[in-house]
Design a protein around this ligand. Structure first.
Ligand SMILES: [Zn+2]
Length: 530
């Protein structure tokens, strides 16, 4: 089907008044909305609207790569269509209920770009036993069944129709079944001003309940040429993301996993029409001061279009959390590969958390030119992806390792590791063996311990910056207690992540070696050798 024909269909559907197609005359009852899009999308959108005889209003404000515009609500679907067909973005815009909200978003996005959210905690890997216990339970068939139910039981899961709501009710019951028997888990609908609610399952943390880890995907689907009534299986976009986090939730409960931090699994409503659901939730968390320490977004996980296994979105996400996520990939999903990509302003729900000032990350199924070409059509089916959920398995595993290493805590029979990187037991080094990669925030202290036997003549600690490491960490070493920047046996404070400390005739016992974030740093390893 050609674009021209599509547009007239949209215009017809949207308002059924031929007059409207000419110019965005605001009919008396026509609701206006405000949107923000990337500046790089403005010319394309303006051109496309113009070619259909619709004149876009002048920008209300443009700053930091983001533009605020005013638009008749009936044009939202057309906007989504243009951004998807011309710029290949999933959402690509944010819709707002008022001019003030839209202008605030321009300011927020600019601030977020200038000063990315500091990660509230340091990200490191020390929970292998529990994560591996959960990983071994991840099953492709479960993911496939969830995708199948969401993509075949409803004509579409559009945000403002009954079938969109029915899909939320179904998912709520699925998650409630998973949670049954656990008094520390609750499942609830987050209702909005439109038909489809979002769905949230919460596992309350044991020792750090006020620190929150979020794993999400969007529940809604869209048929671009006929949003309200058209068939929209949305098997990849985004039943696959919701199915991947559902499987992570299931294996967590099946292994008796009790996180130290609170974990929330979210299926957002209304992503396709401007990140509606995630924006409402992220802003409500912000305004009620919820301390979200990291957000993982899974949007399209089941189409193998690229030679890479993961496309790490680097724009509108948090660099420190991104490198933590790539450390998880190399640690827990060995043999898979990733590449960095950009997907533009507001391309999925991670952007709502980003502009609300929270650290978020989004591993994508491919690069932006090799992703699933069938999305937003009747063709986005499980059959089109080979009839299995094979590709989503690694995303479910990434979700499991993300919750296990960020929320910490333990599965049945395992010991909860330290949550602050210090202390004994968790972050221990083996003589001469390099640690897993870790990252840290500015002024954070991430510590490792090494037990040194008696009679050793030398002890050397080295930190190394690994592939695409960033920032500057300094090394502090101390015997028998954690060092501080004021108290230490040895320190090394060069301007990179490569540091070294030597001790001759080291005392026998526990030595602490810690990386201090002179600035936020990424992809560093620690090694101790005696
Ligand atoms: Zn999507």
């Amino acid at each position: 089907m050609t674009l021209k024909k599509v547009v007239s269909t949209v215009a017809f559907l949207a308002c059924a008044t031929p007059a409207f197609a000419e110019a965005p005359q605001q009919s008396p009852k026509e609701k206006m909305v405000w949107i923000t899009i990337g500046s790089d999308a403005l010319a394309t959108v303006r051109e496309s609207f113009k070619s259909d005889g619709v004149e876009l209003s002048a920008p209300l404000r443009e700053k930091g790569g983001v533009v605020a515009l005013r638009l008749p609500e009936s044009q939202i679907v057309k906007l989504a269509g243009v951004i998807h067909s011309k710029l290949n973005r999933c959402a690509g815009f944010v819709a707002h209920d008022s001019e003030t909200q839209a202008l605030e978003e321009v300011e927020r996005a600019t601030t977020a770009a200038l000063a990315p959210a500091p990660s509230a905690v340091s990200y490191f890997i020390n929970n292998g036993p529990s994560v591996n216990a959960m990983l071994s339970g991840v099953a492709e068939l479960n993911i496939r069944n969830t995708i199948n139910s969401l993509s075949t039981n409803y004509n579409n899961r559009y945000y403002n129709v009954q079938s969109g709501k029915d899909a939320a009710t179904w998912l709520q019951s699925q998650w409630t079944t998973i949670a049954s028997g656990r008094s520390d888990i609750s499942v609830a609908l987050f209702t909005h001003t439109w038909t489809q609610p979002s769905v949230i399952a919460t596992i309350t943390g044991t020792t750090l309940p006020n620190e929150v880890v979020v794993l999400g995907g969007h529940l809604d689907s869209i048929n671009q040429s006929s949003p309200t009534t058209g068939k929209a299986p949305g098997a990849d976009d985004d039943a696959s993301g919701v199915a991947s986090i559902t499987e992570a939730f299931r294996v967590a409960v099946a292994n008796g996993y009790k996180p130290a931090r609170t974990v929330k699994f979210m299926a957002y409503a209304g992503e396709e029409v401007g990140l509606y659901g995630s924006k409402a939730i992220a802003n409500s968390f912000k305004s009620s001061g919820v301390n979200v320490v990291g957000v993982l977004q899974l949007d399209m996980t089941n189409y193998k279009g690229s030679s890479y296994d993961f496309g790490m979105v680097t724009d509108n996400t948090n660099a420190t959390l991104n490198s933590f996520t790539t450390s998880l990939i190399s640690t827990y999903i060995p043999g898979t590969t990733y590449t960095n990509i950009t997907c533009g302003y507001a391309c999925s729900d991670h952007a709502s958390w980003y502009s609300a000032g929270y650290p978020s990350t989004m591993p994508f199924e491919a690069t932006m030119t090799t992703d699933n070409p069938q999305i937003h059509t009747t063709g986005d089916t499980l059959t089109y992806m080979g009839g299995t959920a094979t590709n989503s398995v690694k995303f479910a595993k990434l979700a499991v390792s993300f919750l296990g290493e960020l929320a910490k805590g333990a599965t049945t029979g395992n010991t909860p590791p330290p949550t602050d990187g210090g202390g004994t037991g968790g972050n221990t080094l083996t003589n001469g063996v390099e640690s897993a990669q870790y990252s840290g925030a500015k002024s954070s202290m991430t510590c490792w311990t090494l037990t040194v036997p008696s009679g050793k003549t030398s002890l050397v600690f080295n930190t190394a910056g690994k592939t695409s490491n960033t920032g500057d960490s300094d090394l502090y070493v101390r015997f028998n207690a954690e060092p501080t920047t004021g108290t230490y046996n040895c320190k090394s404070e060069g301007s990179t992540n490569t540091e070294s400390c030597s001790v001759t005739n080291p005392s026998a016992g526990t030595w602490y070696a810690c990386s201090y974030g002179y600035s936020a740093y990424t992809n560093v390893t620690m090694k101790g050798t005696y």
